[in-house]
Write a protein that binds this ligand. Structure first.
Ligand SMILES: [Mn+2]
Length: 387
């Protein structure tokens, strides 16, 4: 029995306020294109099972266009791979907080061969494959009564599929996801553990894997620079795992920061130019960040901003992130002498120093909200153009 495992599609994701000739946000179009590549290549593999471990959509209420496109593509997939059973679970991005809101993912259960688990834990059985899949969507892990995470002794191939943050991940914050403890999930008891939520490809055990998101859609998109995107193929009979790299994701480059201490603006201009010119194949259509450390505001103002604007029109997105010299105030966090990013500062403050008036406040949700606002501000290029 062979299966394909993917997660974190984030259909409908948008960023940078740049549209293509059809008026569609370019990043949304990127995600849709890579989604098509994923389905075409999965159909070529023609597995018995196709598992999608949550975050199909970027938001609980995706646009009609994103819903219609997903439905169309999944229906085409059905025609291309009529013998593949598809199992979808909901993630934190596509699980409404109130159950009565209803989950848009249920729509896909209308397609023959598709099953969707979006709320309660559920074990799906495929007797002809001697396979059982225990599905743990995001909301199921917050239920008062926690599901027993145990394989089915009657079935030969047992698969666990969950959308959660495994505690062995080196994450700063889980951004509202459920935490999966090592003591709850013992991979040696399962044929395979198919995880979703973490956007980087990560193999926590030979048979316990995060495939990673199919495009670079994280709040901190720079954490996904230079890391391959792809999906997993598993041969459940011999345990062989193959990572298929996707070709379509847009290039994201986080350039080596420039240390601008005691430099005149002209010298920094030169370093910016050579850094951007060092990008293989040029900066055109790419997503690029270049950090300038220890550049005082008056020096920053003197940079050649006309040139910078030119670079900005060539790249899809250029984040020229200048930080004035400042002594790190929070000892123990971050590298010595390095100023915290706004994102880090916000997370650190809300996590450790801020005392809420009410116990009702969901700290993780607030951090996520704050980070999202910062991202939106960054997308509007407000933060970049502080001159
Ligand atoms: Mn996700």
């Amino acid at each position: 029995m062979r299966l394909v495992h993917t997660a974190d599609l984030h259909l409908g994701y948008r960023a940078y306020h740049r549209t293509n000739a059809s008026g569609i946000n370019i990043r949304e179009a990127d995600v849709a294109r890579v989604f098509r590549e994923l389905l075409e290549r999965t159909a070529k593999v023609s597995p018995e099972l196709f598992l999608i471990a949550g975050d199909i959509f970027h938001t609980v209420r995706p646009s009609n266009a994103a819903i219609a496109d997903a439905f169309r593509q999944f229906s085409l997939f059905r025609e291309e791979a009529p013998d593949t059973s598809v199992v979808i679970i909901a993630g934190n991005h596509d699980s409404p907080r109130a159950a009565e809101t209803g989950n848009i993912l249920r729509l896909f259960a209308e397609i023959p061969g598709f099953q969707v688990v979006h709320q309660e834990p559920k074990r799906l059985r495929f007797p002809e494959l001697d396979t059982a899949i225990l599905c743990l969507p995001h909301n199921s892990l917050f239920a008062e009564r926690q599901p027993a995470i145990e394989p089915d002794p009657e079935t030969g191939i047992n698969i666990l599929m969950a959308h959660a943050a495994h505690e062995n991940l080196k994450l700063i914050s889980h951004y509202g996801a459920a935490l999966l403890r090592s003591s709850d999930v013992r991979p040696e008891e399962w044929t395979y553990v198919a995880l979703g939520h973490y956007h980087l490809h990560e193999r926590l055990a030979p048979n316990m894997i995060y495939p990673g998101a199919i495009e670079r859609t994280s709040i901190d998109v720079w954490s996904e620079a230079n890391r391959p995107k792809g999906f997993i193929e598993l041969d459940a009979d011999d345990g062989k795992v193959k990572f298929h790299e996707l070709q379509g994701p847009r290039t994201v480059i986080d350039l080596e920061p420039i240390a601008g201490r005691d430099m005149p603006a002209s010298e920094i201009d030169g370093l910016i130019e050579s850094a951007l010119e060092s990008v293989p194949g040029g900066i055109e259509e790419k997503i690029i960040r270049l950090r300038l450390f220890d550049v005082p505001r008056d020096v920053y103002r003197e940079l050649d901003h006309r040139k910078v604007r030119e670079y900005r029109t060539q790249a899809l997105h250029l984040n020229l992130d200048a930080r004035p010299p400042q002594i790190t105030r929070h000892s123990g966090s971050g590298a010595p002498g390095r100023r915290l990013t706004l994102q880090e500062e916000l997370t650190e403050f809300l996590k450790h120093r801020w005392k809420p008036d009410s116990r009702q406040v969901d700290r993780e949700a607030l951090i996520e909200l704050g980070l999202r606002y910062l991202q939106e501000a960054e997308e509007a290029e407000v933060l970049e153009d502080r001159e």
